[in-house]
Design a protein around this ligand. Structure first.
Ligand SMILES: Nc1ncnc2c1ncn2[C@@H]1O[C@H](COP(=O)(O)OP(=O)(O)OP(=O)(O)O)[C@@H](O)[C@H]1O
Length: 712
């Protein structure tokens, strides 16, 4: 072991043993399977699990095991072993909660078992996932297990990608996609069974879906339509509040996992978790066999890139097999995310650096070690200022267990927690549900579109009143609803709800024909809907920044992005061109796909696509139609040289231009701005900003402009 990396102080062998139930949080490493109706022991089934070692290789998208091996692996799963009992329970109850260990087979097996028995009848089975990468990879796995093409009996549906057909019976989908379907069909008539998986994640969409399925179930019963079965699943959920919410429905605990996971805690508090992670990686790398891959949890793209760079540098001199480092974060283009599931060359160790998108649901084969920094980047939103705060926080205990549960899925594993056992015990059991800390305008629009009255809609946790008020008032400002009390969609609101994007952006698209710039607006909104198109590698920062200059527009970041997109669309050898220009080829390709989809919706709405050419004022005015609540004025008014670079937003919050903005160098600084996002990271920064003429606001949104003047 390299002496540089011995200072971590991981406590040896601090194993967990057996399942302990603490407020609904499961502990790992169990040998027996017990299936019982909450607490009762009357119907226990006891099955000893046989540890089996399956180091099969996954390639070709993500699975390339032989069908018979896949079947053998299925048979070893705790869920499969008690399938008959489980199916009985599923048949008996309209709604049930299923709690089972991570990796026990809930997500992959329950829908298959239901389908094998044809319990879904003429309808289909919807299985929701909070994250797209999980929906895709699990669907691919299940299709392979069922020996069928993806998109036929088994399919998936995620934003901007629908791989299903009329034959699809088992449909994995993001919770957001099922929510979109609920607008068109609030009774979810296509489905006879809805499985809401990873319920503990408490995303806004899943929370709203709980209410949607509850209402749909009731109404389908009242109208004597085919009943809707609902199964809520997780390994680590807050059982009591869910049980209460679902009218005391039965809770089935399924105890048992295929492989054990040993938990190690840091002996002492780690001041720098990135450093601690790198130390631990190389400590383990020196001794672990090459076919043991590592999964490291970090907080975001920038951090992942820094750690990746450090690992690559240190790896040149470190003891151990060759290393392949793979990033995995939401902003990574979908195809690149799936590369994590591809095998590294034999004898090479894969080290995956992931955010919490790999925390729940996913199985990445060969992961033997999980290194958990115990932190997550969380967004909280203030309805008052419209600002989002991005902060790094300690994860909940449930998240720690979920992370540990990414090991022990295809072989025995270990989780190295870079925090002490006392720190772990002091953490809250569950994180704050998103609905209590995120903007709700999109969700409100969908609810209203689905014919639901937001104030009476049944939610597990009621969102803060000021957040509901701010969201409804934004929808009213945008002209999407007629009133904040008892709201109904307007004609434009109905059209807005058909776009799978933020209401403010759909408003921009709908206003674009008026400004003769739908062509430009589509490109711009597509780029804004995908991740960062600029690629700034740490070691070539200067060069990348220099290259960016050629796309810069003095009008600001939006037109700069448009310049990039236009140039990309014209480039003949796109990949090479992106490389030379320090642009992210995958993200730009993704933006092109998004544009196609948005264009299809516009054409369905009979909108005419025209271009304003170089008249970019038109584009900015059009942008202002959706983003007029995102204006800022220079402090002390125009010409306030002393206050250069310091602005005040329409909501009265002080904010600065982000250092990466194209407008940073502009002198004198523009008197008025339009921004896409307001982010607080210590200071309040406006992101993706354009210069506007102060009088435009008056022209585009006169009523709002009047109120702003009165408040300033
Ligand atoms: N892509 C894959 N490659 C290899 N094995 C897989 C894959 N997906 C699933 N498995 C196997 O199937 C098992 C069950 O996975 P499944 O996702 O159904 O578990 P789960 O109970 O839903 O777990 P979690 O609570 O973590 O979501 C895994 O532990 C693993 O052994």
């Amino acid at each position: 072991m390299d002496s540089k990396y011995t200072s971590m102080g991981i406590e040896n062998g601090a194993k967990t043993n057996g399942v302990k139930r603490k407020n609904g949080v499961e502990h790992i490493k169990v040998k027996k399977i017990k299936l019982a109706n909450e607490g009762t022991v009357a119907h226990n089934i006891k099955v000893e699990t046989n540890g089996h070692n399956n180091n099969n290789v996954h390639e070709n998208k993500i699975v390339n095991e032989k069908p018979q091996d896949l079947q053998e692996a299925r048979r070893q799963l705790p869920v499969y072993m008690v399938r008959n009992r489980l199916l009985e329970e599923i048949k008996k109850h309209d709604t049930m909660i299923l709690i089972g260990e991570t990796g026990s087979g809930k997500t992959t097996q329950i829908p298959q078992l239901i389908h094998e028995q044809r319990l879904e009848g003429a309808g289909a089975i919807a299985v929701t996932q909070p994250r797209r990468v999980a929906a895709i990879t699990i669907a691919l796995r299940v299709a392979a297990e069922m020996n069928t093409e993806i998109g036929s009996i088994v399919g998936y549906s995620v934003r901007f990608e629908d791989v299903t057909s009329p034959r699809t019976k088992v449909k994995y989908m993001t919770d957001g996609m099922l929510l979109r379907e609920a607008i068109l069909d609030p009774l979810l008539k296509k489905y006879s069974i809805v499985v809401l998986d990873e319920a503990h994640e408490r995303t806004v969409s899943t929370d709203v879906l709980f209410g949607i399925v509850k209402l749909a179930q009731k109404e389908r019963n009242e109208k004597k339509l085919n009943p809707l079965k609902v199964i809520v699943m997780s390994a680590t959920m807050d059982v009591d509040s869910f049980k209460k919410y679902f009218n005391n429905c039965p809770v089935i605990y399924l105890e048992g996992r295929t492989y054990p996971v040993t938990i190690y805690h840091s002996k002492m508090k780690q001041e720098d978790y990135q450093y601690a992670a790198v130390c631990t990686i190389f400590q383990l790398h020196a001794t672990a066999p090459a076919n043991h891959d590592f999964l490291v949890f970090l907080t975001g793209q920038e951090e992942i890139e820094t750690v990746m760079y450090n690992i690559k540098q240190i790896a040149k001199e470190a003891t151990g097999p060759p290393i392949r480092v793979c990033p995995l974060y939401a902003g990574l283009p979908p195809a690149k995310q799936l590369q994590v599931w591809r095998d590294a060359p034999p004898g090479t160790r894969k080290i995956i650096l992931a955010t919490n998108i790999a925390e729940a649901s996913v199985t990445i084969p060969r992961i033997q070690c999980v290194i958990d920094t115990g932190v997550v980047k969380e967004r909280t939103w203030s309805g008052g200022t419209g600002a989002e705060r991005l902060s790094v926080r300690a994860t909940s205990q449930a998240a720690c267990w979920q992370r540990a549960g990414r090991a022990g899925r295809t072989q025995a594993g270990a989780a190295y927690r870079l925090y002490t056992a006392a720190d772990f015990r002091a953490r809250p059991m569950h994180q704050t549900p998103e609905i209590l800390r995120c903007p709700l305008a999109s969700t409100m629009l969908l609810l209203i579109a689905a014919g639901v009255e937001p104030s009476t809609f049944p939610l597990i946790d009621t969102p803060p009143p000021d957040s509901v008020k701010a969201s409804l008032s934004l929808l009213k400002e945008l002209g999407a609803i007629d009133s904040e009390v008892n709201p109904k969609l307007t004609v434009i609101g109905k059209k807005m709800s058909t776009f799978p994007i933020e209401p403010k952006y759909s408003k921009v698209l709908l206003c674009a024909p008026e400004y003769n710039c739908l062509d430009e607006a589509l490109s711009l909104i597509a780029v804004l809907s995908s991740e960062n198109v600029f690629h700034t590698p740490m070691h070539k920062r200067e060069e990348a920044i220099k290259m960016k200059q050629k796309f810069l527009s003095p009008l600001g970041d939006h037109i700069t992005l448009l310049n990039v997109f236009k140039a990309f669309s014209k480039a003949p050898l796109k990949k090479q061109w992106c490389k030379e220009n320090y642009l992210n080829h995958k993200n730009l390709t993704y933006a092109c796909e998004v544009r196609q989809q948005l264009l299809a919706i516009c054409l369905k709405l009979n909108m005419t696509v025209t271009s304003c050419g170089q008249a970019y004022d038109q584009v900015l005015k059009c942008l202002l139609c959706g983003l007029f609540t995102n204006c800022a004025w220079q402090r002390g008014g125009a010409g306030g040289a002393r206050a250069a670079g310091r602005y005040v937003t329409a909501a009265g919050a002080a904010a600065a231009l982000h250092p990466a903005s194209a407008l940073q160098a502009l002198r004198p600084p523009p008197p008025a701005l339009l921004y896409s996002e307001l982010l607080v990271t210590g200071r309040s920064y406006m992101l993706t900003v354009s210069a506007i003429q102060p009088q435009w606001l008056q022209q585009v949104a006169p009523e709002y402009a009047r109120r702003c003047r009165a408040n300033r």
